[in-house]
Design a protein. Sequence first.
Length: 130
Amino acid sequence: MVILKVFYYYYHLFYQNIFGDSDSYFTAKLALTASESLLVISLLDIGSAYFFCYSLNKYYMAAITLILLAINSIFIFNSKNTVDIEKSKPKFFNNHNLTIILSWLFFLVTTSSMFWLGDVVQIIIDNCQK
């Protein structure tokens, strides 16, 4: 849970300071949910291909994203929690630079999964059917 709060805070700072977004809370929530869903989808898709020789279709992927958005909106990043997160200014190991690097790595790895996931899953399924 702490990891999500740190990532949320730094996504919020990014959208507020770099883009000057007027609703950076909402944008940060959507961006973090997208990153989370890409991570969960990647793990589930690789796992289902490896164990069951099955790839998730777009409807499962959309459902995972919507479920994570609902969970984030209702339980984790509601209006009270976002104010508390902003006041606490969470960091990894109290190190601002490390937190920025880890936030960027998380974003880049999860976003890059859109480009490599299909190939990896297809390779796993091709080896499974032999």
